[in-house]
Write a protein that binds this ligand. Sequence first.
Ligand code: ADP
Length: 396
Amino acid sequence: MKVLVINCGSSSLKYQVIDSDSEQVLAKGLCERIGIDGRLVYQKAGLDKEITDAPMPTHKEAVQMVLDALVNEKTGALSDLSEIGAVGHRVVHGGEKFTTSTLITEDMIKAVEECNDLAPLHNPANIIGIRACQALMPNVPMVGVFDTAFHQTMPKKAYMYGVPYECYENYKVRKYGFHGTSHSFVSKRVAEVNGTPYDATKTIVCHLGNGASICAVENGKSVDTSMGLSPLEGLIMGTRSGDIDPSAVEFIAKKENLDMAGAMNLLNKKSGVEGISGVSSDFRDLIKAKEEGNERAALALDMFSYRVAKYVGSYITAMNGVDVIAFTAGIGENTPTVRKAVCDYLGYMGVEIDDQINDAVHGDEKLISTPASKVKVYVIPTNEELAIARETVALV
Ligand code: ADP
């Protein structure tokens, strides 16, 4: 079956067409600047990217342009739209309502809308993408795949915050976690390549991208994760602060004369390794700056790895052990110095990586620990689109 995978943001829409039998990507791209002017990026497998500027007042026009590109006579990946057997939509927040991927119906959309206040920037955009696809492909089955669903197995002691219980009862304030599709995909792959049963492996997945989170996966279930009610909690990220004393936020807001929205903007968009270094959120820039002697870039890199290592350590405690640590996403797959720094902190418990192998791994699936290491350490490239396509096929 050919599956269209859609990841819809407020002004952008990323897409891939995946053949679920061969698991090959047939075409991919994105629509940018929806509602502003509009740009379609389209790439058929094996061909160069095509960029077309064209008006996209709403997501419906964007989806229409994607569909037109997919059946274009010269560069289309499909001969007819009827080849699309299903559409898989990434949905950011499923609250406590969605514990698995779900077939899209009117009731399902209503339930997603009820989670909107938990993800006010993301969920409404995801629903707009669903509606646009429904309007243009009314008879094609569609599935919602949630970033939060995988973490719904966390025990209450892990997901509750130490605030009045009524905040949970009345407003569902709790840790939800994100990147669930990636943590699930990578932890399953770990069990496969490691030759251990998924339901009997303790894995810690370090999803280190611009947004970054760590997940403790015990016997195939997420038992704790570093992001919280929102993606702001946990690790120091590209531009997000991660964990911080809430009193520091009040203090900064008073000093800088910021309202709540201003303070949240500072924590989400101006903090993280970019805010610390003053250089960039991109690790390639930070590593280059460090090599040129930039001390704040060096500090940002040190702080990033230190926070990752502390979370890994705490999840080893949470699971009373660990079999495999896996690195994934842009930084996890491509930055040997970060992997090395994190693993060095864990040397006390017998984690040992092979420096030569580690240095050579950029985006490949590879065991990077030594034979003597007490814990196996892998680099496992994540593939959220493929995971969404698999979930979609399984449901339709
Ligand atoms: P997201 O999906 O959250 O945008 P990604 O998983 O794509 O993030 O990761 C993006 C980050 O990965 C970039 O900011 C960059 O720091 C890092 N990255 C990507 N490629 C490389 C590379 N070749 N070397 C070092 N860092 C890289």
